[in-house]
Design a protein around this ligand. Structure first.
Ligand code: FAD
Length: 815
């Protein structure tokens, strides 16, 4: 191993766990030279050494599945390449259900597996017992087997990746701690270590549970908190055999695998014990924490119930150590917002082994190409980590819930229970008085549905129609037939102002922003490939001042994307004013009637046409009113300074009484927009899809001059589209859909649902999917097919729509 730390290098990777090793390995594969990996103590001494080594293939999204599939394939081959075997054994995995809810959940998971191409086989109790002789099958309702899963030796796997990296030229330094960073012009230009400084262009933080405090040194948000995490291993037990599938018992929050003739048992409990709030001890190296038998006892009892032989088995070892968990069970990857060429690859939530290779590959791509070329991964993108999330009190409260959720029942709309009431609309109290049932999105408490009087506003989760289904239907129909109000104060607002503001926005928007003052321009922010980075509106307030509106969830990402487009020295001031505004939508055929009662502004289509904005008086408030609608009805979005929001809300509700105004929750907003075919980033549109494929070509103005992505879009236009986003409705009125359900054309799996909901006006579930045809997609081909969707293992016929199945065609929405 080289001893002398260099003074210069191109890339510094911090952390010698599996993620640092995998990143180093993949950088060499992409031809990135001059890479140094720095580890404070010994390789794998953080968390990697302790892992159980399960490589579980069925993750929640296509990107996650792809990452794991890739890892699993690499781990099988890696030993041949590097001479260091990973210990991969393709054991397969069995999931069992032990109550009705879990049985239904397994059906949902099987649909997901079908859709994502993960091989899974339902097995009967005989086969289950045969494969798992030690299992007490009493109370087991169903089981499915995924033959391609396996186990590895985590340390061998990390060291094999490190060996491959070394062969590719990466220099590795142990016993070298990164202490600080030197910044210049928004970039880390040197890493300060216990053995001297290294100047560098690119830095990657692969420091597991140390990452939060290292991130703090740079003012970036890496909201993770370590929790204790454990497994125990028994001496050999008869019935445990080499190569037996590992088993997941989600209801017991337990997993089991064979280990040297005995069993390794681990768990994912709710209320995990937090660790390292004040930081991780300096001397941490392969550290084991004291066992807390009181804490482990309930899980041990559950394990004995499922595997009676454990009662008399001797425990060889209990490993209790720590792992980092994030607020939402997702990793923290990508280039950190606000800092150039500084990447994070941390927050592994006890899946750093199974996803390690995939994370390393994505991170290396990000560094080499400027984006994750094998597919975006928004769910794990660090631009979802807002600065407020570094609040240690919040992290401390939230982190213990995260491990449990990994094995929690995956009900649709399930909400986190801890760390609530962080960000609340100025109208929160009023919404609560109206019976709001709140859900949390990136900290925002949002009214998802409203309980009628006498009903408790509380989710009763199930895989069927949940308790709020009928209330959501009434809210939906109020917008279609009367008038409704929703609070979307979680939307983000930015101001861009200055002599160069227009040209900057023109350079990244597909649509023409050079519109008259007061015109609202709906546009996508595009990347060089013509892909959609964001879906926003831009309103010219003055010749040099623009009001930009985007979704709250993507506020940080979109802000960063726009900010990076501002050339050095440009005359443009760009600020996030989201906390300054509340937003109320007043929507429905009676929206004008309602507003006319509280304003003397002329709301006629002649005076206030669709797609325009102006300040009007509403009660005593003076919101910026935008004639837009995300729900496909006549309506106005009212952007009001937060301190005027309550007054404006009261005025609207009072005036709406005789119009029977209803509160609309965000579940209804979603079903309304789906019926009308409005797209949502990132489920329906994303950096890999273009406006032309998504039916948003109307928002691209090729003749406005040059803009990012134009070349790619022109090429796509010339060559013809290969795929197209279409809508569908299920012919049967019963099934409910959410995301990623498999879509079949003439019996063959061709796509999956990007996002779906129940369309209460249409009387059926409605969703969107991409259809692809080799050699160019033709309408005729789409129409000729016969289509089905898989819902919980049953295939239902669907009707494909080339245009939105609900469209008031101007009569109502634009009147
Ligand atoms: C009991 C248990 C069971 C698990 N089972 C599984 C499983 O079956 N499957 C699975 O996929 N995952 C499992 N995991 C999770 C898995 O082990 C982790 O997700 C993974 O090891 C994290 O890897 P990492 O590289 O991010 O972090 P680490 O392995 O912690 O590596 C980070 C490294 O950064 C170094 N470092 C920190 N600060 C500095 C600094 N300032 N300068 C230099 N170096 C620094 C540390 O010393 C450390 O070596 C399990 C974890 C536990 C605890």
């Amino acid at each position: 191993m080289t001893k002398q730390l260099p003074t210069h290098t191109k890339v510094v990777i911090i952390g010698g766990g599996i993620i640092g090793c995998a990143t180093a390995y993949h950088l060499t594969k992409l031809g990135v030279k001059d890479v140094v990996l720095i580890e404070r103590k010994e390789m794998t001494c953080g968390t990697t050494w302790a892992a159980a080594g399960l490589v579980y293939g069925l993750r929640g999204t296509p990107q996650m599945v792809e990452m794991t599939r890739y890892g699993s394939e690499l781990y099988q081959e890696l030993g041949n390449e590097t001479g260091h075997p990973t210990g991969f054994v393709k054991t397969g995995c069995i999931n069992i259900s032990t109550n009705e809810e879990r049985r239904q959940e397994l059906e949902v998971l099987r649909s997901l597996a079908d859709s994502l191409g993960v091989e899974n086989l339902q097995i009967d109790m005989n086969e289950l017992q045969e494969r798992w002789p030690l299992l007490n099958t009493e109370g087991v309702l169903s089981a499915f087997y995924m033959p391609n899963d396996g186990v590895v030796n985590p340390v061998d796997t990390a060291m094999s990746l490190a060996a491959g990296a070394r062969t590719g030229g990466v220099r590795i330094f142990e016993d070298t701690e990164v202490l600080d960073f030197e910044m210049k012009n928004g970039q880390v230009i040197a890493v300060k270590t216990s053995k001297g400084d290294i100047q560098c262009e690119t830095t990657v933080l692969c420091t597991g549970m140390w990452s939060r405090e290292l991130g703090r040194k740079l003012g970036i948000s890496v909201p993770i908190h370590a929790c204790e995490h454990w497994h125990f291993i028994t001496l050999p037990i008869e019935g445990a055999y080499k190569g037996m599938p590992y088993m997941r018992d989600p209801e017991g929050h337990l997993y089991y695998r064979e280990e040297v003739g005995g069993l390794l048992i681990g768990g994912f409990e709710y209320g995990a014990k937090i660790y390292g709030t004040k930081g991780i001890p300096d001397d941490w190296s392969f550290r084991e924490l004291p066992e807390d038998m009181d804490h482990l006892e309930p899980m041990m009892q559950a394990a004995i119930k499922r595997i009676p032989a454990l009662e008399t088995a001797e425990i060889r070892r209990i490993t209790n150590t720590a792992e980092s968990f994030t607020f939402d069970n997702m990793y923290i990857l990508g280039e950190a917002p606000g800092i150039r060429k500084f990447y994070t690859a941390c927050g592994m939530n006890s899946s750093g082994i199974l996803c390690g290779a995939g994370v390393g590959k994505k991170t290396a791509e990000w560094i080499a190409h400027g984006y994750p070329a094998s597919g975006h991964i928004w769910e794990a993108d660090n631009r979802r980590c807002f600065s407020w999330m570094m609040n240690i009190n919040w992290l401390k409260d939230r982190a213990p819930e995260t491990p449990g959720n990994l094995f929690g029942t995956r009900y649709p709309f399930k909400q986190m229970e801890t760390g609530r009431n962080v960000r609340m609309s100025a109208l929160h109290g009023r919404l609560a008085e109206q019976g709001a049932c709140f859900g949390q999105l990136f900290g925002w408490e949002r009214a998802n549905w409203f309980a009628p009087e006498g009903v408790e506003p509380k989710y009763e989760y199930s895989f069927g129609r949940q308790n709020w289904f009928e209330y959501g239907a009434a809210e939906h129909m109020a917008a279609r037939e009367g008038v409704g109000i929703y609070d979307l104060s979680s939307m983000a607002e930015f101001i861009m102002q200055g002599r160069d503001a227009l040209s900057i926005l023109q350079s990244i928007c597909g649509n023409d922003i050079d519109a008259p003052v007061g015109k609202v321009v709906y546009t996508q922010l595009l990347n060089d490939r013509g892909g959609i980075e964001a879906d926003i509106t831009v309103t010219k307030l003055k010749e040099d001042k623009f009001f930009i509106v985007t979704a709250g969830a993507t506020a940080l990402r979109d802000f960063d994307y726009i900010e990076r487009a501002i050339p050095e020295g440009a005359h443009a001031f760009f600020i996030d004013v989201s906390s300054a505004y509340a937003m109320l939508g007043v929507m429905g055929p009676n929206a004008r009637k309602l507003l006319e009662k509280v304003t003397n502004a002329d709301l006629s289509s002649e005076a206030f046409p669709f797609g325009t904005a102006k300040e009007i008086a509403v009660g005593y408030a003076t919101p910026l009113a935008m004639r837009m609608s995300f729900v496909g009805e006549l309506g106005w979005e009212l952007y009001v300074p937060t301190d005027f929001a309550v007054g404006m809300f009261d005025a609207l509700m009072e005036s709406g009484k005789d119009l029977d105004v209803k509160m609309i929750g965000l579940h209804a907003v979603d079903s309304l927009r789906l019926e009308r075919g409005f797209k949502h980033w990132p489920s329906d549109i994303d950096p890999e899809s273009t406006p032309l494929e998504a039916g948003l070509g109307f928002a691209v103005k090729f003749n406005k001059g040059d803009f990012r992505g134009k070349k790619a879009l022109l090429k796509q236009k010339q060559e013809g589209l290969k795929r197209r986003l279409v809508m569908f409705t299920i012919d049967d009125a019963e099934p409910l859909i959410y995301q990623e359900e498999p879509i079949y054309r003439n019996g063959e799996l061709v796509s999956s649902n990007t996002h779906g909901a129940y369309g209460h006006y249409l009387g059926a579930s409605v969703g969107m999917c991409y259809l692809e045809q080799a050699g160019g997609i033709k309408e005729e081909w789409i129409k000729e097919g016969s289509y089905e969707i898989g819902v919980n293992g049953i295939k239902y016929p669907i009707t494909i729509h080339l245009a939105a199945p609900y469209d008031p065609k101007g009569e109502r929405a634009r009147m």
